[in-house]
Structures are given as structure tokens and as C-alpha cells.
Design a protein around this ligand. Structure first.
Ligand SMILES: Nc1nc2c(c(=O)[nH]1)N[C@H]1C(S)=C(S)[C@@H](COP(=O)(O)O)O[C@H]1N2
Ligand SMILES: [Mo]
Length: 545
């Protein structure tokens, strides 16, 4: 029987690598050790050219929408995490194949020690770059970098050594089975031994994989439950428009998004955990002297400002789910400026985040608009980790890509610079496009008008950044545009809930919606992709009634 080669190496890789991933996962969940596949994925994503990254994101968003897989933000994260893990798996399979190919050309009498050494070499070849990328991304570890680095090396080197050990075994089984007098029987015995060995190996690796991921997942779930703290504003107070005369059509989305349902988009696979104890807002660059503020300073020394805000991602497609509304609390940046000791030549602030994200805001904009704020609470509870604890900025009228979460420092500059997504080819201004969506054609909630006409409530939302929405119109089939009724919005920057009670006609119909912003400008009907400056086009739905 032939010596094990590339195919067997790949197979062994497919058995050993899941165990490697599981051990790494367990270390992460139990002890805050780095989880290599996620770190490597984040490291790579940071370095991809803008167009490649954009293409990847848009494909992902499209697939999720076309296949109707659920919440775009959540499914996209899961898909990316799976890709990260698959990446390491495939590397392990290829690594095994290459190693066994090399071992195959070794002389028959080679020492096992040499095989294990070559296996360790594979561990080094893959483990060292993985360690460097992981340290540079630092997305998962909460432990000391040195400990984390040594851990990665230990895990990868053991994994590599295991390949050498397995190979040595496969050869030994062959040698003991070798009986020159009966080559045929010898080959059969050998095959049997080899199969038995591989089954035992697979069993052991599967045990590590399953127990590692199970324990890790249990520990992780236990920690997550502690996350949400404090009483929410929305639990105790009615919305400011509670008395509005226009009621949403049944099944219109909630006007105020529950925190757990707020969409979420970040550049990393995992939200950045920032601890409040160590956190200071550091202000530097063109200032008289560097300033540091604690969260308590910002909460106690400045009157809090509350704003209802609709945030949307520039990657949101027409009628997509990357748009949400909640109540933000923070400090108006304009009020804070005099305390920062800015030098006269400062013209811009660069906002830097814990995850390496950044954006640059003009001081003129901050001085002109008191609504630009540093926010520390949503719905009156501290920002959830995934939404930017402890601090994020709000800039009216701009897509989320202009609004860093997990703010760590502010640097005063005397010039403009491109922000994280602007560098990667997205719009500099990223002003929110006007958009309108049909959430429901509520056939089951029909009413009857005074003259006996059956009326079907149709409803949804419309949003045009900080310009507000002045008019929403609905068209049925190729009919005329008919004006919908607008519910008083939560604020001048949130979406508006609209409603149109349509005189029922049996058949299949196409419903289309459009809005006009506060300046009377009609929403752009020409369909355009989200890249580079936000999607445009009208939302239509077809329904058989
Ligand atoms: N630090 C940091 N801030 C960030 C991002 C990020 O990846 N890192 N993503 C931005 C983008 S693209 C959007 S759409 C919003 C989303 O905010 P949310 O996740 O709280 O809804 O955060 C913005 N701020
Ligand atoms: Mo975004």
C-alpha cells in the first residue's frame, strides 16, 4: 500500500483543524484568550481594497434579502463568522495536504522525531502569521497580549505536531503489517489498521471539537445574560406623539425600535468591549493642553440632551432593515467645545474609535448645529456594547458610516481627512437619501367608510434625514399619486409613519410609495445601488387581494 500522501494529509487536516478551532474557541470564552479565526478575518477585512470589500458586503446583503434569511445585520455577522472559521478550516486542510506531500518524499527509515518536527514547522508556518494578525487585530482577546501570543503558538504548534505524529503512526501501521511472504494479506491488515487508527483519531478529535464548542457556548451564553441593565425610558413614558391623530396602519413596524431590535453594523466580527473604569475621552491634537474626561464628567457636568433619532446605514437597500429609531441621550458637542481648549487653527475633529474606525467632523458643522452630540445612553440606559458603549457621536442627516461608536479620543486638526469608509470609496458627505417604504397592506384590518366603501389601511415609514418629510404619496397600479396621511413624527430627524386608506378593488395590484422631503424635494425615483452614496428608487409591492 502506498505511503499516505496529499489526500490523506487533507483528510487528517479536516479532522484535526476543527479540534484546533474548538480549543481556540474554548480558550476565548473561558479565559479571554484570542480567537484566531475572527482576528484573522478582521485583520484581512481591514486591508482589503475598498471596492473588493464593498462588493463583498453588497453581495452578502443581496443574498440575505433575496433568500429572505432574516435580519440583515444579524445574518451578515453570522455569515462572516462562518467564513472566518471556514477560512481556517481550509487552511488546515491545505496545510495537511502539503505536509504529507513533503513527508512522503522522506526516506522510509526517517525518524518519527523528524516527522513531528516537520509537523511543528507547519504549526509555525501557519501559527506565527496567525499570531501576528491576531495581535494586530486584537478583536477577541481580553487577556494580556504576551499570554495571548504564547497561547496561539502553543495551540498551533501542538496542532502541527499532531500531524507529524499521525503520519508516523500511519507509517508504523504499515511497517508492522509488512509481511513479504503474504503481500496481499499484509496489505489488507494494513488497510484495516490504518482505518482503525483513523477512526480512533476522528473520534478523539470529534470529542475535543464538540466538548470545546459546547462548553464555550454555554459560558458565553451565561455572560451575555448579564448584559442589559437599567430601566428604560420607554418603559415609563409615552412617546411624545402618543396623542397624534393619525394611527399607524396595523402591522406597520414599531415607530420606536426596541434596543434589541435596533440594526447593528460594524467593521469587526464582534462588538468592541470597552470597560468604563479605564475609559477616558482623550482630547488632543491642536489643543492648548490635552484634556481627559470621564463618563461621569460628561454625565454630571453637562445638561443631558435627548433626541429621537432615526439612524440608517448607507448600505441599506430600498425597504431594507438597516434603519431604526430610538431615543439618544448625550452632550451637545457645541456645548462641550469651550471646555476642550482648541487652538484657533483647529478646523476639524477626528473621532477615533476603539476598533480602529474613525471619522472627521468639521468644527463649522458642530458650531452650526447643536444637535451634533456625544451620546452615552439609548432609551435612558448606557449604550449597549454592540451600539458603542461608552460613547458615540450623533450627526444629523448623515448615514451611520459618519458616526463612530466606541469613541476613545478626539484629535483637533487644521484640515479635513477622509474617514474610515470614505477612504474605502464611499461618499464623503453621506447625506441620508429620502426614502419611503410600504410596511403593510392590511387587508385583514379593513374598515368601512360612511358611504359603504371598504377601505384597506396601507402604511409604512418615510425618512429624509434631518430635512423631515412633508408629503407621502401612494400609487396603485398605474393610477394617480394619492396623498397619504402623516402621523406626527417623534422628532424632526426621525422617520414619519404614514397611512393611506385605499378603496378596495379585487385583483392583483401593485402599490408604490414616494415621499417629498421637508424642502419639498421629491424622493429620487431612479434606482441606484447603496454604493457609493446611498440607495435610491421607489418601493413597490405586489399583492393579490
Ligand atoms: N467604531 C465604529 N463605529 C461605527 C461603525 C463601526 O464599524 N465602528 N459602523 C458605522 C456604521 S457603517 C453604521 S451604519 C453605524 C451603525 O450603528 P449601530 O450598529 O449602533 O446601529 O455605526 C457606525 N459607527
Ligand atoms: Mo453603515
Amino acid at each position: 500500500m502506498a505511503k499516505p500522501g496529499a489526500l490523506m494529509g487533507g483528510l487528517v487536516g479536516a479532522v484535526l483543524t476543527p479540534a484546533l478551532i474548538a480549543v481556540s474557541y474554548l480558550g476565548w470564552k473561558l479565559a479571554g484568550l484570542p480567537f484566531v479565526p475572527f482576528d484573522v478575518f478582521d485583520w484581512t477585512a481591514r486591508r482589503l481594497p475598498g471596492p473588493v470589500l464593498t462588493f463583498g458586503i453588497e453581495m452578502l446583503v443581496k443574498v440575505i434579502r433575496v433568500l429572505n434569511l432574516g435580519s440583515t445585520a444579524a445574518v451578515a455577522k453570522t455569515a462572516e463568522q462562518s467564513m472566518a472559521i471556514m477560512g481556517l478550516f481550509v487552511t488546515g486542510v491545505l496545510g495537511g495536504a502539503v505536509l504529507f506531500t513533503i513527508l512522503r518524499v522522506q526516506r522510509n527509515g526517517s525518524k518519527d522525531r523528524l516527522r513531528i518536527l516537520l509537523g511543528i514547522l507547519l504549526g509555525i508556518v501557519i501559527g506565527v502569521p496567525a499570531m501576528l494578525m491576531s495581535q494586530s487585530a486584537g478583536a477577541t482577546a481580553t487577556i494580556d497580549a504576551l499570554v495571548g501570543g504564547l497561547w496561539i503558538l502553543a495551540v498551533f504548534l501542538s496542532w502541527g505536531a499532531a500531524f507529524g505524529w499521525v503520519y508516523a503512526h500511519l507509517i508504523v501501521e504499515r511497517d508492522t503489517a509488512l509481511r513479504p511472504a503474504e503481500p496481499e494479506r499484509a496489505a489488507a491488515v494494513e488497510r484495516l489498521d490504518r482505518r482503525r487508527f483513523l477512526i480512533r483519531l476522528g473520534g478523539a478529535a470529534a470529542l475535543i471539537t464538540v466538548s470545546g464548542t459546547t462548553v464555550g457556548a454555554l459560558v458565553g451564553a451565561g455572560r451575555r445574560r448579564e448584559a442589559v441593565t437599567g430601566r428604560r425610558w420607554s418603559a415609563d413614558y409615552p412617546l411624545p406623539n402618543a396623542g397624534a391623530s393619525v394611527q399607524p396602519a396595523p402591522s406597520t413596524r414599531p415607530e420606536f425600535t426596541r434596543l434589541e431590535e435596533h440594526y447593528r453594523i460594524d467593521i469587526n466580527l464582534l462588538p468592541q468591549a470597552v470597560s468604563e473604569q479605564d475609559w477616558r475621552l482623550r482630547i488632543g491634537g491642536l489643543v492648548e493642553k490635552p484634556v481627559e474626561l470621564t463618563l461621569a464628567d460628561l454625565r454630571n457636568d453637562f445638561t443631558p440632551m435627548h433626541q429621537f433619532v432615526t439612524l440608517a446605514c448607507i448600505s441599506n437597500e430600498i425597504a431594507g432593515d438597516l434603519i431604526s429609531t430610538t431615543r439618544w441621550t448625550g452632550v451637545s458637542l457645541r456645548r462641550l467645545l469651550p471646555h476642550l481648549g482648541l487652538r484657533p487653527e483647529a478646523t476639524h475633529l477626528k473621532i477615533n474609535s476603539a476598533d480602529g474606525f474613525f471619522e472627521v467632523v468639521a468644527l463649522d458643522l458642530i458650531r452650526d448645529d447643536e444637535r451634533v452630540m456625544l451620546a452615552y445612553a439609548w432609551d435612558d440606559v448606557p449604550l449597549l456594547t454592540e451600539h458603542g458603549f461608552p460613547m458615540r457621536i450623533y450627526i444629523p442627516d448623515r448615514y451611520g458610516m459618519k458616526q463612530p461608536k466606541w469613541i476613545m479620543s478626539i484629535e483637533a486638526l487644521d484640515h479635513w481627512e477622509a474617514g474610515y469608509w470614505v477612504v474605502r470609496g464611499w461618499d464623503r458627505e453621506a447625506r441620508m437619501k429620502a426614502t419611503s417604504v410600504i410596511d403593510t397592506v392590511a387587508v385583514d384590518a379593513a374598515t368601512t367608510s360612511a358611504d359603504g366603501q371598504r377601505l384597506i389601511p396601507i402604511g409604512g415609514i418615510a425618512h429624509a434625514g434631518a430635512r423631515g418629510v412633508s408629503k407621502v404619496e401612494v400609487r396603485v397600479d398605474e393610477g394617480d399619486w394619492r396623498e397619504a396621511r402623516l402621523r406626527a413624527p417623534l422628532s424632526g430627524t426621525t422617520w414619519v409613519v404614514w397611512r393611506y386608506d385605499w378603496a378596495f378593488q379585487k385583483g392583483t395590484h401593485t402599490f408604490t410609495v414616494r415621499c417629498h422631503d421637508g424642502d419639498g424635494k421629491l424622493q429620487i425615483a431612479q434606482p441606484a445601488e447603496p454604493h457609493p452614496s446611498g440607495a435610491t428608487g421607489l418601493h413597490t409591492i405586489r399583492a393579490r387581494l
